[in-house]
Design a binder for this molecule. Structure first.
Ligand SMILES: Nc1ncnc2c1ncn2[C@@H]1O[C@H](COP(=O)(O)OP(=O)(O)OP(=O)(O)O)[C@@H](O)[C@H]1O
Ligand SMILES: [Mg+2]
Length: 424
């Protein structure tokens, strides 16, 4: 092939499905390609040398003037877009001979040099398909937008429902706590009350014996009275009743103290503390309860100061240690460990006691849930601990295998987040 690049360019311009119009410096028509002839229905020969706007009067618009100015004065390419004006020059698109409805057009007007002269090119493209897909896109985007709105509204509703649920859960928890307190206190109060009644009867009998000391004529008579009032029985029973009543009152006291702890959780101040010191003093405190049940092993890691209410964390550790001791049937082993990871620390109490039945694992933090015999546990230890840890923005984990032992791990952040609304 020995065709010149110009031949290729000419062939391309003739065959491309884009309107190409070449204009001289005064916007007179120099040439246009076959596409323009076919689609405009106008012949090129008579149009040559004519001003563009006299051949295509519809193009005589402000927009064209602006494009020309841009190309002529600034030497720039100027585009129009189907969005601004549907078309510049009216053309039929579609197969030859068939007129199709008005199509959307984009145009490019640009300056170029031709044989030393400033000329202009005008390209006309059909952008109907593009516009259509663009519209589809817009519709899809709108649909997406409204879906998103719907989703946001749903989220909002969900948040509201969640807040309501939390509120009602809180109320339910308070109700549960109150019912538990009533139930737990009712029993000891009941028997203390009935013991008091029995004791009143005994005291009356004893007073009768004491009063008789002054009135009886012989010791025999007094002994007779003592026997008839079953003095020996009373004597034994009084002791038992008083002992039982003391236990009952002790139990009520324990429940009241635990409840007080619940309600006082927010009163103390957070401060940076050395937890290991707290562990040691807690161990000293519960040593009596532990020493016959287990060997206590301290495996302390490195702990940074932890922002907490130390007395409350000690209380958590104490509850865990006592639970561990209670879980051990013979003599066992309790490990107290600690470590830190990033901005968190953990402490761990592990025992090799009887473990927790998986069926009750999700109930152990419930207030008053206990598997200990009546009168032994209040079932408040873990509930209180859970509450404390939550107030510290931490969490408790439990791992237990029945027959092998239990490990409680408490995670605490080393620093507390600022309260909402606090200045930063
Ligand atoms: N280390 C453990 N091993 C086995 N079971 C445990 C352990 N810790 C807790 N539990 C189970 O969880 C229950 C609830 O514990 P929690 O400390 O709340 O109450 P409690 O120990 O029964 O009574 P309280 O602590 O009020 O005296 C216990 O009764 C026990 O069944
Ligand atoms: Mg306990």
């Amino acid at each position: 092939m020995d065709s010149s690049p110009m031949d290729f360019a000419g062939a391309l311009v003739e065959q491309i499905e884009v309107g190409v119009i070449l204009l001289d410096h005064d916007l007179r028509i120099l040439h246009w390609n076959t596409f323009v002839s076919q689609r405009s229905g106008k012949a090129l020969a008579p149009a040559r040398g004519q001003p563009l706007v006299s051949v295509f009067p519809e193009a005589d618009t402000n927009r064209l003037e602006q494009m020309v100015a841009k190309a002529r004065d600034e030497g720039l390419h100027a585009y129009t877009h189907w969005r601004e004006d549907p078309y510049l020059i009216q053309m039929h698109y579609g197969p030859e001979g068939q007129t199709s409805p008005l199509r959307l057009q984009s145009t490019l007007f640009f300056p170029f040099d031709c044989q030393g002269q400033r000329c202009f090119g005008l390209l006309l493209y059909d952008t109907t398909e593009f516009a259509r897909s663009n519209e589809e896109l817009t519709t899809a985007l709108n649909a997406l937008g409204s879906k998103q709105l719907e989703q946001e509204q749903l989220m909002h509703k969900l948040e509201k429902a969640n807040a309501q649920l939390l509120q009602s859960e809180k109320l339910a928890a308070i109700g549960q706590l109150a019912a538990g307190v009533a139930h737990e206190i009712n029993n000891p109060i009941g028997y203390v009350f009935s013991n008091l009644k029995t004791l009143t009867g005994y005291v009356n009998d004893l007073l009768r014996i004491v009063d008789a000391v002054d009135g009886v004529s012989s010791l025999d008579e007094l002994q007779q009275l003592k026997r008839s009032l079953e003095y020996d029985y009373i004597r034994n029973d009084v002791e038992a009743l008083i002992h039982e009543s003391e236990d009952g009152i002790e139990r009520v006291k324990k429940i009241i103290t635990a409840l007080k702890d619940f309600s006082h959780i927010e009163e103390e101040e957070f401060r940076a503390a050395d937890l290991h010191k707290g562990f040691d003093s807690t161990l000293n405190l519960v040593n009596n309860e532990l020493k016959y049940k287990a060997e206590v092993v301290r495996e302390y890691g490195d702990l940074p100061p932890v922002e907490c209410i130390p007395s409350q964390i000690n209380q958590v550790v104490m509850n865990l240690l006592i639970n561990a001791a209670h879980a051990i049937e013979g003599f066992g082993r309790i490990s107290l460990r600690s470590s830190h990871e990033g901005d968190w620390i953990w402490l761990e109490v592990e025992d090799n006691g009887k473990g927790i039945d998986p069926a009750i694992l999700n109930r152990i933090y419930e207030p008053f849930f206990t598997t200990k015999p009546v009168g032994k546990g209040t079932g408040l230890g873990l509930a209180l601990s859970y509450n404390i840890v939550q107030k510290h923005n931490g969490r408790i984990e439990v791992f237990s295998s029945p027959g092998q032992g239990t490990r409680f791990r408490v995670w605490l952040p080393t620093r507390q987040p600022l309260p909402d609304g606090a200045p930063t």
